[in-house]
Design a protein around this ligand. Structure first.
Ligand SMILES: NC(=O)c1ccc[n+]([C@@H]2O[C@H](COP(=O)([O-])OP(=O)(O)OC[C@H]3O[C@@H](n4cnc5c(N)ncnc54)[C@H](O)[C@@H]3O)[C@@H](O)[C@H]2O)c1
Length: 255
């Protein structure tokens, strides 16, 4: 499969490096508004730098967005309209109901698929399985050190306790995880989010608590940052790489 990466920052460059050595990948096309970001990947076998994103969308079979909401609204949209597969890392963009509905309909109408990796949380497969029966509640408790939330408190402080729809507006930097969980379970209005700052915390922690007909689950991840971007959890790129491998693989594991 020919893969195109839009945005070659922390996540895009990790995906590009992994994709370039993956069975089933017939070349990696790269675009970034910053040519230096693409130049840093010039050592990759089978990589083609693209001068513009339209040419990239034309050339590939799967477009992977690793940039921002604007790229989801434009080039991901164009890719789906052209019947290409698309993977979106800026999952928070889909908290916009109109955009989510438009991209879903484009994928359906053009016989293709929009892929959303599980990102910086674990347990998305179990949450989707549990949702096949009745889910009673889905709660995300995010705890970050002061630096992660631009605070300077000297004791553990609860900053927010409310629905995911409001959380993604108040805490745009946490938007991806809350959006992924909302779309996997109870939606943006019934998924509950708590955001706390802990001056003693060393890592960004996401605790997901799910209750439903299946029983109760509690999944906690303590994320280390990406080696190249301290704002991004390393697990986010790893989840996209694992999803790419799943798209290419003849065997699929997990809900
Ligand atoms: N799904 C998740 O759990 C999760 C976790 C972390 C980050 N993210 C999201 O993934 C995206 C990428 O994160 P990152 O850490 O790699 O960010 P980054 O800042 O390291 O890289 C973003 C890259 O996109 C490029 N870019 C900006 N505008 C562009 C455009 N119009 N076309 C092409 N490239 C453009 C930038 O030059 C930069 O190189 C962000 O939107 C971030 O919020 C998702």
């Amino acid at each position: 499969m020919r893969i195109g990466i839009l945005g070659c920052g922390a996540i895009g460059s990790e995906i590009a490096r992994a994709a370039s050595t993956m069975d089933g990948v017939d070349g990696v096309w790269l675009y970034d508004v910053d040519p230096d970001a693409v130049a840093l990947l010039s050592d990759l076998d089978g990589a083609t730098p693209c001068a513009d994103p339209e040419r990239l969308v034309d050339a590939v079979e799967l477009v992977i967005e690793c940039a921002n909401k604007g790229v989801v609204q434009t080039h991901v949209r164009d890719a789906l309209a052209a019947g290409k597969k698309a993977m979106v890392l800026t999952v928070g963009a889909l908290a916009d109901d109109a955009l989510r509905a438009e991209l879903t309909e484009l994928a359906r109408a053009n016989g293709t698929k929009l892929y959303l990796p599980s990102g910086a949380v674990m347990g998305v497969d179990g949450l989707k399985a549990a949702g096949e029966a009745t889910l009673k509640s889905v709660t995300l408790v995010t705890t970050k050190p002061n630096a992660g939330l631009d605070r300077s408190v000297d004791q553990w402080t609860l900053l927010f306790n409310g629905p995911a729809r409001e959380a993604v507006q108040r805490f745009p930097k946490n938007i991806n995880v809350a959006a992924t969980l909302s779309m996997s379970g109870l939606g943006f209005d019934d998924t509950w989010v708590q955001v706390a700052v802990d001056p003693l915390a060393q890592r960004n922690s996401h605790k997901v608590i799910v209750e439903g007909d299946f029983g109760r689950a509690r999944i906690e991840v303590e994320n280390l940052p990406s080696p190249t971007n301290p704002r991004t959890s390393h697990l986010a790129s790893l989840s996209a790489i694992a999803l790419l491998r799943r798209i290419l693989s003849p065997v699929e594991i997990g809900a």
